[in-house]
Design a protein around this ligand. Structure first.
Ligand SMILES: [Fe+2]
Length: 282
């Protein structure tokens, strides 16, 4: 099987949508097309792929708001966890495998950020779509301690389940680069370094209090500190990253700086160190 995998900037709050498929079978899926379904379906069309499913990682509107248009464009059913409030066409369950041509997508139920959250694991190529559970350097926001404890257990389960060299692909571009590996996050993400629920809760409380004001102040400049050299270029023959067509995240493509080139030096590095979590119900 030749894998099609594209990470697409779809707008919103630096949302990522994804296109995965089996090129040989001409079949694929869309994941969280949200603000730009036509952009994703155009990519599928250009590669002569029929879309078999529109998958949502979770039911927050910034991930589901493109479902109707994506369905109109493709005729594909919407697949989401059975707890999703909008009654998906295909109800996914923990441990289920979706077969798309020769592509095997394993679904894991990972509540915490959202009760119906799933992550999508493609084990042959080592790809994990983490939605809003796990970002590069951060984790998903939670509104209660109980949800935070649930999220901690979901993350620990994920760490036990997938190998360190698995690449993670989040639902938002909140980190220093648009993707990472599970091993790297385990070593460097301050939330994944927490060994206990109590440490995890303490980290969340501290990081939220320390960072929310600073984050908002610099958000409009976020494009300055994305690892630009990793975007818009093929990182391997089977992995390709597609920039958003309308330039919502139009960062300077010639830059190779992994850290801010023009910013308040007192704010961004602190966010890096603390791994800020944005508790905004994303
Ligand atoms: Fe979310």
């Amino acid at each position: 099987m030749q894998l099609i995998f594209e990470q697409v900037r779809v707008g919103g709050d630096r949302n990522f949508g994804y296109l995965l498929g089996d090129r040989d079978a001409g079949l694929g899926v869309l994941v969280d097309p949200s603000y730009a379904p036509a952009l994703l379906t155009d990519r599928a069309h250009e590669q002569q792929m029929r879309i078999a499913y529109i998958i949502n990682t979770h039911s927050h509107p910034d991930h589901t708001n493109g479902n109707a248009e994506a369905h109109a464009l493709t005729g594909a059913p919407v697949a989401a966890h059975g707890l999703a409030p909008a009654a998906p066409d295909v109800r996914l369950a923990d441990g289920q495998t979706l077969e798309v041509g020769a592509l095997r997508l394993h679904l894991l139920h990972v509540p915490g950020h959202c009760a119906d959250h799933v992550v999508i694991h493609e084990p042959d190529y080592g790809i994990l779509l983490t939605g809003d559970l796990l970002f590069v350097g951060k984790v998903g926001g939670t509104s209660t301690d109980a949800d935070a404890r649930t999220e901690f257990q979901s993350l620990r389960r994920l760490l036990a389940r997938v190998s360190d060299d698995t690449t993670i692909w989040p639902g938002h571009d909140y980190g220093v680069r648009p993707s990472s590996t599970m091993g790297w996050e385990h070593r460097t993400n301050p939330f994944l370094r927490c060994e206990t629920e109590e440490a995890f809760l303490a980290r969340k409380t501290f990081s939220t209090a320390a960072s929310v004001g600073r984050w908002r102040r610099i958000s409009s400049e976020s494009s300055l500190w994305i690892l630009c050299s990793r975007s818009g270029k093929e990182s391997s023959p089977s992995v390709r990253m597609t920039p958003h067509a309308t330039g919502v995240t139009a960062f300077p493509r010639t830059s190779t700086m992994p850290y801010p080139v023009q910013s308040d030096p007192g704010s961004i590095p602190s966010i890096r160190r603390e791994g800020s979590v944005i508790d905004r119900g994303l």
